[in-house]
Ligand binder design. Sequence first.
Ligand SMILES: *Cc1c(COP(=O)(O)O)cnc(C)c1O
Length: 454
Amino acid sequence: MTEIPYKIYLSENDLPRYWYNVRADMKNKPAPLLNPKTHKPCTEDELSEIFCRELAKQELNETDRFIDIPTEVRDFYKMYRPAPLTRAYCLEKKLGTPAHIYYKFEGNNTSGSHKLNSAIAQAYYAKKQGLKGVTTETGAGQWGTAMAMACAYLDLDCIVYQVRCSYEQKPHRREVIRTYGAKAIPSPSMETEIGRKINAEFPGCTGSLGCAISEAVETATRQPGYRYVLGSVLSQVLLHQTIIGLEAKVAMDKYGIKPDIIIGCAGGGSNLGGLISPFMGEKLRGEADYEFIAVEPASCPSLTRGVFAYDYCDTGCVCPLQKMYTLGSSFMPSANHSGGLRYHGMSSILSQLYDDGLMKARSVEQTEVFAAAELFCRTEGTLPAPESSHAIKVAIDEALKCKETGEVKTILFGLTGTGYFDMKAYAAFNDGTMTDYVPTDEEIQKSVAKIPQI
Ligand SMILES: *Cc1c(COP(=O)(O)O)cnc(C)c1O
C-alpha cells in the first residue's frame, strides 16, 4: 500500500474548473424562497434587486449539475488554493485510535477561513455587473474580512455592518477589515431605518446577525449601484464552497482513500454543504455511501432542536423567506456563547437533506469544544477557530468509538479556519471561567412561536 503523506498537496492544474450544484441530484429539492410581502416564490428579477443578477440566477438554479468557475475567480483561488488535505497522524497517535483521520484546512489565507471562497465569487459577479459596491453583515468577523479582502482585490466599495458586540470586543478584526479598505459600521447603527428603530426600542442593544443583515439589505436597496452579499445560508454560497469538497475528493481519489464519515461544523451550513456536496452527490445517485454529520453548538441548536418551516432570514423581515430548520428569527443565543455558529437558521439544501434522513446532526457544548481545540492544537499544531473545533470534537468522538470497537474507519472533517482572533474565548477556557448554556424548551418555544404561519 502506498504510504499516505502527512499532507496531500494538489497542483494548480488539479484546482476544480467548476462548482458542483448538488440540487441537480436531489430528488426532493429545497423549497423555493418566498417573497416576504407576497409569500409567492421569488423571481429572478425580485432577487436581482437585492443580489447581483448572476448570483440570483445561481440561487434559483437547481438543474445545472456543474457551474463553471470564472477564470478570474480561479486565478484568485490560486493565491491560496488548492488547500492541503492533512492526515492527522499526530492526533491519531495521541488518541490511540485505529481510525484514520483527515482534515481539509481552509484557514490558509489572511481572512482565516473558508469564507473567502464565496467572497471572491460574489465580488467578481458584482464587478462584472458594473456595480459600485456591496453591503454585508459580519458576526464573528471572518465574513467581513473575507469580503473586504475580495473587494480590495477587485476595487469595489465594501460596507460591513458588524454586530456591535463583535465590533467592540474584536477591535483587531475590525482593523483588518478597515485595512483592506472596507467601511465597518457597528450594528445596530443610526444610519438605517431598522437600526434606528432597534436602537430606540432596545437602548444599548449589542446587536445580532439578523439585525445586521437587515441593515445591510436596507443600505444596498437604497443606494444605486450597490447590492447585498451574504456569507452563508444561501444556496449560491454553498455552491461556491463546493470547491472544498471537490478538492478533498481529488486528493483522496489520488491515494484511493474513501471516507466512511464526513463531519463539519454547521453555522449557516455553507462550509459543511460545500465539503459534503460531491460525496452526497454520489450517495444521491446510489454510487457510494457515506455517513454525514453536522455539528452545531448546543446553545444554538437549529437542526437538533429547531423546526422545519418557512422563516425569515433576518430580524427586519426584509430578506426572502426560506424553508429551513430554524429556532425562529428572534432567537438570541446566550451571551456566554463565544464559540461562533450563532445563526438561528440553516441552509435550505442541508435542511432538506437532513429532513430526508441523508445527513445526521449532533450538538455539542462549548467547553468540550474548546477541550477538543486544545488537544488538536497541541498535537496537530494549528490553532483552530472555535467554529471549526465543533467538527474536531465530533471527529475525536468518532475516533474514540473506533478505539473501543477496533474498527478502522476513515474520518474526514472540515477545519474551516484559525482562531487567532478568538483569544478572549480561549482565555476564558484557559482560566476555567468558560460556562455552557443550553436553552430550555420554553426559551426555544418562545421564538419558534413567532415563526410566520405559511
Ligand atoms: C463562518 C464560519 C463558520 C460557519 O460556517 P457556515 O458555512 O456558515 O456553517 C465555520 N468556521 C469558521 C472558521 C467560520 O468563519
